[in-house]
Write a protein that binds this ligand. Structure first.
Ligand SMILES: Nc1ncnc2c1ncn2[C@@H]1O[C@H](COP(=O)(O)OP(=O)(O)O)[C@@H](O)[C@H]1O
Ligand SMILES: [Mg+2]
Length: 356
């Protein structure tokens, strides 16, 4: 798929901007704090219904305005389509897909397929399990919007259960346990399925990236085995949950683990191995989306020269043939001169919220 056009109105530091995108590689370059990442953020918003930098939509609206707008026109399945998002400081945003207003974020997901490479990606592997769950959730949600729906239902039930625990009134907790277990079972099966797919991919991709020097294995860490034992787990943890005032066990604690050459990456991995692992996961994500959607996802590469060495950037660019790529960087020449880049390039200079 390709994005043909993006229009911004009072989005971050853009007042009014229309950008026609090129089908191959687009490089947005300029000094720091000029608005390069803001463009990727706007595109990401149209794909996922939220920013990768903040949960607060109000932050996306220009400081001097009370509302903002992002409009994206794209080709997918040989059809011209569009997403239209109106942001409001005081109200919920309005999202339209091909002119029709949608009510749930899960209806937006999957229209624009996208993979983001960001300097912050290393947190996926280094930080708390929540960042790894987020990686999985983003991948699965864009392929199976029903998954996003299940997650939000699960979280609602979880909140209910937690407020019961806080109020120490647990007369009807069995009902909530049962509901949690129902959603957990379905969320688990999606996660298991996609971790298996990622696993198969990275087992090929990572040796390939490292000339056979490294292997990468992926393991799903979850408390879910089957519904009856999960129910039992919830029952057994009630005492502790009552003390804590929240639900301490469940698939909201899921995680995955990576092993480089058989050893835990987070304990023994070098900086370089972390970076390779991230690239492996991202390439796997790209391939899975491509296979399931029959369309190549849009690739967003934010500020890659800040985090990756030229060898790795070269490697990425040598694998993006036929993908629409949108890159941001401070020095466009670094990327343009890499030999891995064989695709045609269009350059955009960004100065103070303007595309020159
Ligand atoms: N809501 C907003 N309204 C106006 N300007 C904003 C808003 N949010 C961020 N900015 C400005 O956007 C700039 C940062 O944009 P960004 O795209 O992250 O820069 P970079 O070019 O380094 O990627 C900063 O100058 C910041 O002040
Ligand atoms: Mg930036």
């Amino acid at each position: 798929m390709i994005i043909k056009k993006i229009k911004l109105q009072n989005f971050r530091n853009y007042k009014e901007q229309e950008i026609k995108l090129f089908k191959d590689v687009n490089i947005f370059y300029g000094n720091n704090a000029q608005g390069k990442t803001n463009i990727l953020e706007a595109l990401y918003l149209c794909a996922f219904g939220r920013s990768f930098r903040t949960y607060k939509d109000a932050e996306l609206i220009n400081f001097e305005s009370s509302s903002g707008k992002v409009f994206v026109e794209f080709d997918k399945n040989n059809r011209e389509q569009n997403i239209d998002i109106t942001l409001n400081k005081k109200e919920k945003k309005i999202v339209k897909v091909n002119g029709i207003k949608i009510n749930k974020n899960s209806e937006l997901l999957g229209n624009v397929n996208m993979v983001l490479f960001s300097p912050d990606d290393t947190v996926i592997l280094k930080e708390a399990p929540s960042s790894r769950r987020k990686f999985l959730d983003i991948l699965i949600s864009q392929l199976r919007p029903n998954y996003a729906h299940l997650l939000s239902e699960y979280n609602k039930v979880l909140e209910q259960r937690n407020s019961m625990l806080k109020s120490k009134n647990i007369d009807t907790i069995d009902i909530w346990n049962e509901q949690l277990a129902n959603y957990a079972e379905r969320i688990y099966s999606y996660r298991k399925c996609y971790i298996d797919k990622l696993k198969v991919k990275i087992e090929v991709i990572v040796p390939n990236l490292t000339n056979g020097k490294e292997t990468l294995e992926m393991r799903y860490k979850t408390q879910f085995k089957d519904k009856p034992s999960y129910m039992k787990l919830l029952e057994q943890s009630i005492k502790i949950d009552l003390i804590k005032g929240y639900t301490g066990t469940g698939i909201h604690r899921d995680d995955f683990e990576l092993l480089v050459n058989g050893k835990e990456l987070n304990l023994y991995g070098s900086q370089g191995q972390h970076r390779t692992a991230i690239l492996g996961l991202k390439f796997a994500e790209m391939e899975i989306i491509k296979e399931e959607e029959n369309e190549k996802p849009i690739l967003l590469l934010d500020d890659i020269t800040s985090e990756l060495d030229l060898e790795r950037i070269n490697l990425i660019l040598s694998k993006v043939d036929g993908y629409q790529v949108i890159v941001t960087c401070t020095d466009a020449n670094i990327i343009r001169n890499l030999e891995g880049l064989t695709n045609e390039v269009k350059l955009y200079k960004i100065v103070g919220g303007n595309v020159e």
